[in-house]
Design a protein around this ligand. Sequence first.
Ligand code: GAR
Length: 202
Amino acid sequence: MGVSWDRMRTMKARLAVLGSGSGTNCQSIFNAIDDGRLDAEVVIVLSDHEDAYILERARRRGVPTAWLDCGGYKNKFPAEAQEALARQLSELKVDLICLAGFMRLVKEPLLRAFPRRILNIHPALLPAFPGVEAWKQALEAGATRTGCTVHYVDAGMDTGEIIMQAYVPVLPDDTPESLHARIQVQEHILYPAAIISALSRL
Ligand code: GAR
């Protein structure tokens, strides 16, 4: 699954983006490609929710989309679904998988098929506040600063090696919504930069 230096020189990096929601981080990847910061191509966008807006963003751009059938489970990402996805993304010769608001845990066999090739963006300064609604966790803990992290995905929950982080202050009158919005501004700068860094290490 190694990518030769010659291939990297002559071909754009091929990205797959997985998300469960609105897809503003996916949009930031599209924007970075369009303004020339990121020399890559998004070859497919996938979601576990058929009506997720991330899929609409991709369709509007002409990027192929697919729905991930998770067998009716609310949170689980069944092994068979991960196996099928690994095959699909290998056939598409994907270099890097970018989780962008994807709310299921990736495990074997996807990790085995794409070692150190799966990234995630998380709305906190890991290792602080892993898991869901990390901005709410930061507020409830009385943190005075939080942020966002891009990391490699491993078998744990938000435990993989950190690639880049950005700080965000928590303001006295912050609500969960205002804090998450301020974190997202940083996410949209951080994720493309971290993808560039990860691609340079392939
Ligand atoms: C982002 O804030 C992302 O960090 C978070 O979901 C949001 C998705 O927004 N991810 C997690 O909480 C993963 N644990 P988006 O759909 O607009 O990119």
